[in-house]
Structures are given as structure tokens and as C-alpha cells.
Design a protein around this ligand. Structure first.
Ligand code: GDP
Length: 453
């Protein structure tokens, strides 16, 4: 395979930038642009060793740098790797990269370093997918979730289920090949027991995916309520809580604002909408229509009511709009004397939280209600988790095949029929970890990576 190179750090002016080179000729390529200060030969350097020296461009020293050498197979890609750390200027980084290309390396494609790590057996496909999540993590739980997969927790679980099923498959094969042999009752019971345990393990992974998806991807959430209910104040409270505004995009209409905040262990993309009121103003009517649409699409709705005032027509319309949704009613301004009809709100919403957006009291209750609504209350980001739709689909295929094998075995179907379903389940699990993934699936995963990863 050709020797590849790319800038591994973000593009911009920074303290350092790192140029990563991987392949058979990685170190000799690096040696053409980097000269150790002690006059030693970089090509003779052992793995896991670094040398301080100079970048040499057009025969002249152009920057101080450090070359870090990894020897195959003990590197990220499993190949020889040299990482050049130089000062992080845009001009110099580009010049050195061009010099590395001139010395024989070719530009790395998107995700090619991680793809090589996968192809060389350093990590499986599930772990490779998690690299993107670790890099883009915007909350502690998001980072923990992706790193758990990178560490191999999911892969170990899948491997264990796969091994158990392979054991069953071998047993089935033996029974099919030697039909006259008596099958001990104990072995038959062991088979159904193993299938049941495999099904349970896959069911647990699938059940936890609801929470994992929320943590991994974040959710769209809408704050709605009549004017002056305290929507903006609540939004600011949430945004300021951990001083963690990730983006701050003003909507194209005058009525919807988006702010992404870390809250309740995930990232909420919050939309502060116009109230659901009747309006003859065309611009305002568009805003209200958009608000309704957002409410329909959102995974989470926080409906804010002013506790210091009686419910009005706008409030009743909102209650009506949210019928059947698992929205959270936020009774705001609880620091003021109460006039609202709390009993009606409790009757209309599955979850009601009393809060003062102004002084922050009740925020912990809101967090609890959000976690319960999003099914992340008891979610364990450090456990074994699926983190992509691709993984979920392979897991569903495996679970369905195991369930079928179990039902067939319990009904006394022929062993080759049961064996076929077990092999189907094994195939699905091998697709999940990449041992049997098609080239198209593999290419599709890595094409979504950026260059240098
Ligand atoms: P919005 O129109 O729903 O976005 O409402 P705002 O967030 O702009 O709040 C309207 C008014 O209510 C402002 O004067 C806020 O300071 C006030 N307000 C908001 N939340 C509270 C609260 O919890 N307690 C009290 N006393 N006032 C609040």
C-alpha cells in the first residue's frame, strides 16, 4: 500500500500542527524533510522514540520540529508511522505537507488512517465508527459513550455472543452429520439456554440504544408558551447553567432562536418559539406556523406556563396542541403568588415541573423529568452500547435470527433448520464488527470522516 500523508490537526494558526505519515516508506519519507539535531539517522530510530530537529525546505532549516516514530505493527494504523510536530502556521504546514508529497507520499483520503487501522486489524468496524464520536463529542456522556465503544466494550460483547452461537452451530453440525447418535437431553437444554442468553444480550443492547442515540446525537427540543411566560429566561438559564453554549444560531424568522446546550447529560438543540396564538399579521402567522411545525418535529417539548397568572386562551390552545405528546409542563415563576390552575395542568401533562427560571429553583426537577422523558435516566454511557443506526440494524437482524432459532429449537424443528438461523445470526454479528461487512459499507463509513483522521 502507498505511503499516505495528511495534516492531522485542525487547520488554522495554532501552537503546533501535526503531519501524519503512514506506510512502508513513512520514516524514509519523513527523513527527506526532517533532520535530527544530533545528526543521527531518523531511519535508524526505533519505534516509540522521538527526535528533536529541523524541517528542511530547499536545503535550508525552515522550522524546529519533533519527529515521533512508530514501527509496524505498533502504531495507530498498524503500519510504520512518523508524526512531525511543527509550529502551527498555515503557510509552513502547507509547505511541509507539499514537501512530504514531493518526497514520495500521496495525499490521504478521508478517514484513511482509521480505515488502515481497521484493515490491518488494529480495531474493528464498530470501534472505527466510534472515533468520529470521540472527536465530535460535545458532552461528558457523549465522550464516555463513544470512548467506551473505542475501548472495545461493544466489540467484546458481540464477540462473546458470536462465540456462544458458533459453539451452538458446531454442535448442530455434529448432530446433522451423525443423525444416529443419541443426543443427550442435557445438550439439548444447553442449546436452548445459550440461544436464550444470546437473545437476551442482544435485546438489552437494542433497548439501551434509545438512550444511546439521544446521548450520541442530541435532541431537538422546543420551548413554547404564551408571551411573557418566561421562555427566554428559561432558555438563558439552561444555556448559562454550565456556561456551555455550543452554537448560537438565530433563526430566519423573528420567532425561532436556536441554542445548543448541554443539559441532562445530552445536547439539547433548543428552539424558543412564538406562542400558539391567532394572528392576522402575515409575518407573525408564518412564525406561528413554523413554531407548530417545530413542536411536531421536536423530540422534547417544554411548555412554559406563568404560575402568577390564570390560564388564558393561548395557554388552553397550547394544552390542546400538545395533547398526546410526552411534553413537560413547566410551571414557571413559582417565586410569585400563585394563580394558575395547577390541577388542570397536572391532568393534561404526564410530567409537571415547578420552577423559577429567574432564580433557578426547580432546575434539578426539570433535569430529572428530561432524563425520564428521553429514557436516559438509568442509561449507562460506560456500559456496552450500540452507537449507530448501522450497528442497530445488524443487531436487529442477529436478534431476529436468534429468536427464530430459539423458537424452532423449542418446537423440535430439524437441526439443520435451527443451524441455518444460528449461522444467519453469526453473519449479522460479523457484519456489525466488520469481519463480514461489504466494501460498500466500509467505504461509506470512512467517506464520512475528514482527511487526517
Ligand atoms: P417570554 O416572552 O416567554 O420569553 O418571557 P421572558 O423570559 O421574556 O420573561 C417575561 C418576564 O417574566 C420578564 O420580565 C422576566 O424577568 C420575568 N420572569 C421570567 N421568569 C420568571 C420567574 O421565574 N420569576 C419571576 N418573578 N419573573 C420571571
Amino acid at each position: 500500500m502507498e505511503t499516505i500523508a495528511a495534516v492531522a490537526t485542525a487547520r488554522g494558526t495554532a501552537g503546533l500542527s501535526v503531519i501524519r505519515i503512514s506506510g512502508d516508506k513513512a520514516i524514509e519519507t519523513a527523513a527527506k524533510v526532517f533532520c535530527p539535531a544530533d545528526g543521527s539517522d531518523l531511519c535508524a530510530l526505533a519505534g516509540y522514540r522521538a527526535k528533536f530537529g529541523h524541517i528542511v525546505l530547499d536545503g535550508k532549516a525552515a522550522d524546529d520540529a519533533v519527529a515521533l516514530v512508530f514501527r509496524a505493527p505498533k502504531s495507530y494504523t498498524g503500519e510504520d508511522v512518523c508524526e512531525l510536530s511543527l509550529h502551527g502556521g498555515l503557510y509552513l504546514t502547507d509547505r511541509v505537507l507539499q514537501a512530504v508529497f514531493a518526497a514520495g507520499a500521496v495525499p490521504a483520503g478521508p478517514g484513511e488512517f482509521t480505515k488502515r487501522a481497521f484493515l490491518n486489524g488494529k480495531i474493528d468496524l464498530a470501534q472505527a465508527e466510534s472515533v468520529a464520536g470521540v472527536i465530535s463529542a460535545a458532552s461528558a456522556e457523549q465522550a464516555r459513550l463513544s470512548y467506551g465503544v473505542l475501548e472495545g466494550r461493544l466489540s467484546q460483547k458481540i464477540k462473546q455472543v458470536c462465540e456462544d452461537l458458533t459453539g451452538c452451530s458446531a454442535l448442530m453440525g455434529a448432530w446433522v452429520d451423525y443423525p444416529d447418535e443419541e443426543i443427550p437431553e442435557l445438550e439439548r437444554a444447553n442449546l436452548t439456554e445459550t440461544l436464550r442468553a444470546a437473545k437476551e444480550a442482544l435485546d438489552t443492547l437494542l433497548a439501551n440504544y434509545t438512550g444511546a442515540k439521544v446521548i450520541a446525537e442530541g435532541v431537538d427540543a422546543v420551548i413554547c408558551g404564551r408571551p411573557n411566560a418566561g421562555k427566554s429566561t428559561l432558555l438563558n438559564l439552561l444555556a448559562g447553567e454550565e456556561k456551555s453554549i455550543v452554537t448560537d444560531i438565530r433563526g430566519t424568522t423573528r420567532d425561532i432562536v436556536e441554542v445548543s446546550v448541554r443539559f441532562a447529560g445530552t445536547v439539547l438543540r433548543l428552539y424558543d418559539t412564538a406562542g400558539i396564538r391567532e394572528s392576522s399579521d402575515t409575518v407573525e402567522a408564518i412564525g406561528i406556523a413554523r413554531a407548530k411545525q417545530k413542536i411536531e418535529q421536536a423530540r422534547l417539548v417544554l411548555a412554559v406556563f406563568d404560575s402568577s397568572d390564570a390560564l388564558d386562551e393561548n395557554d388552553r390552545r397550547l394544552i390542546e396542541t400538545l395533547k398526546g405528546r410526552d411534553a413537560i409542563a413547566v410551571i414557571n415563576k413559582t417565586d410569585l403568588p400563585e394563580k394558575t390552575d395547577e390541577a388542570l395542568l397536572r391532568k393534561s401533562f404526564a410530567k409537571v415541573v415547578r420552577l423559577s427560571a429567574k432564580n433557578g429553583s426547580g432546575l434539578a426537577d426539570l433535569e430529572k423529568a428530561v432524563r425520564e422523558t428521553l429514557h436516559t435516566a438509568s442509561f449507562d454511557a460506560t456500559g456496552e452500547n450500540l452507537i449507530s443506526e448501522r450497528q442497530r440494524m445488524d443487531c436487529v437482524a442477529a436478534r431476529d435470527a436468534v429468536a427464530q432459532a430459539l423458537a424452532d429449537a423449542e418446537m423440535g424443528m430439524t437441526y439443520d433448520a435451527v443451524g441455518v438461523m444460528i449461522d444467519e445470526a453469526i453473519d449479522a454479528l460479523l457484519r456489525l464488527t466488520g469481519q463480514k461487512a461489504t466494501e460498500e459499507v466500509v467505504n461509506n463509513i470512512f467517506s464520512q470522516f475528514c482527511v487526517g483522521k
